[in-house]
Write a protein that binds this ligand. Structure first.
Ligand code: NAD
Ligand code: GLY
Length: 363
């Protein structure tokens, strides 16, 4: 299997996403993007014993920082521990920060890179499927606040992304499925034929067929790269990438960070967005059923947890980053492959969706 490269085209800030097996051994992919100065590889205690030595040996002068593992550590306090280390060890403006991990490590390290000395060089080595298809690409960095997901952050693009597909071999099953939720998202927002491909190849993707996983990552990154190149700061179509996220972030916030995985919350959120789209008359019942079926077939939740009240959803969704002037902005579907952003949803219809989806959850 060969290495595939997708480019995020942002003029002078363009960067490559390399995808393929064995990339953790390929120092020549990293070398062009290292500064003259020192490198700090940031990872967590789960990944350190698996991959840290290999990644830190890719650059001549590399220090390492091992953070605790978990969404609950995606906080300003953890970012502060990165600043503490950088300042105590006198890292300067020529520093490169390398994130080795999933979306949590990538988002935290990216935010530290965006803000340390007003911005230092940043490189991503994503290790979850979710990070390889989504979070390592596009420059959204940041941390959670007790009152909302990803509320503190910055747009800050990496100089390059190196997605070694071999590392997916050690990924827990539940994390693999959570990543597949974001892959399904790309099909639903913009690429109907990709949904056919996912339905056809589902068993082999779940079996981690390396060629098919690489192809799913390439297609996903290609789509994200095209959308980000057109709308880096989410003034328009980038919001499509948040399909399922308005409901999903409410689930993650209400349940306590880390109890529902991000991809699981997005999966249930996409079913809820489909239900709402159907109630608006935009999506046929057959398409809404097809969406629910593929999400269920990939082993993902199709209903939210039982414990969230309707008012709690509304309170959290109104503080979503996409909400404006007291109106929730929803990403909805006008068909499979046709996302649309709308703030014109009647509260009564939203209430029906929340009630219908809540009725589906396990007692
Ligand atoms: P994660 O980073 O918590 O990783 C999941 C778990 O898998 C962790 O326990 C991690 O240590 C472990 N792990 C990672 N790679 C592994 C490997 N190869 N082998 C064994 N274990 C491994 O979760 P995630 O799903 O990667 O990321 C979720 C986060 O990403 C959320 O905070 C979400 O908000 C964020 N996100 C950001 C963006 C963005 O555009 N920046 C997009 C989507 C999601
Ligand atoms: N994951 C949504 C985005 O990057 O815009």
């Amino acid at each position: 299997m060969t290495t595939q490269t997708v480019t995020v085209d942002l003029g002078t800030r363009s960067y490559p996403i390399h995808i393929g097996p064995g990339l953790l051994n390929r120092s020549e992919l990293l070398a062009p993007f290292l500064q003259q100065g020192r490198t700090l590889v940031v990872t967590n205690e789960t990944l350190a014993p698996l991959y840290l030595e290999r990644v830190s040996s890719l650059s001549a002068s590399s220090d390492t920082l091992i953070l605790p593992d978990g969404e609950k550590y995606k906080t300003l306090h953890t970012v502060s521990t990165i600043y503490d280390r950088l300042l105590a060890d006198k890292f300067d403006r020529n520093t490169t920060l390398i994130a080795l991990g999933g979306g949590v490590i990538g988002d935290i390290t990216g935010f530290a890179a965006a803000t340390f000395l007003r911005g230092v060089n940043f490189i991503q080595f994503p290790t979850t499927l979710l990070a390889q298809v989504d979070s390592s690409v596009g420059g959204k960095t940041g941390v959670n606040h007790p009152l909302g997901k990803n509320m503190i952050g910055a747009f800050y693009q990496p100089r390059c992304v190196i997605a070694d597909t071999d590392v997916l071999g050690s990924l827990p099953e539940r994390e693999l499925k959570a990543g597949l939720a974001e892959v399904i998202k790309y099909a639903l927002i913009n690429q109907a034929e990709f949904l056919d491909w996912l339905e056809l190849n589902r068993p082999r993707l779940l079996d981690r067929d390396p060629g098919l996983l690489s192809e799913a990552i390439r297609v996903s990154c290609q789509q994200k790269a095209e959308i980000v190149a057109k709308d880096e700061r989410e003034g328009g179509i980038r919001a499509w990438l948040n399909l399922g996220h308005t409901f999903g972030h409410a689930i993650e916030t209400a349940m306590g960070y880390g109890n529902w995985l991000h991809g699981e919350a997005v999966a249930a959120g996409m079913v809820m967005a489909s239900d709402l789209s159907m109630r608006l008359g935009w999506l046929s019942a057959a398409d809404a059923y097809r969406i629910k079926k593929i999400i269920r077939d990939f082993g993902l939740p199709v209903a939210p947890p039982a414990d969230i009240e309707e008012q709690q959803y509304l309170d959290i969704m109104l503080s979503d980053k996409k909400a404006r002037a007291g109106r929730i902005n929803f990403v909805l579907l006008q068909g499979i492959g046709k996302a649309i952003v709308s703030s014109e949803v009647e509260p009564a219809l939203l209430g029906q969706t929340l009630q219908a989806c809540n009725a589906l959850c396990e007692p």
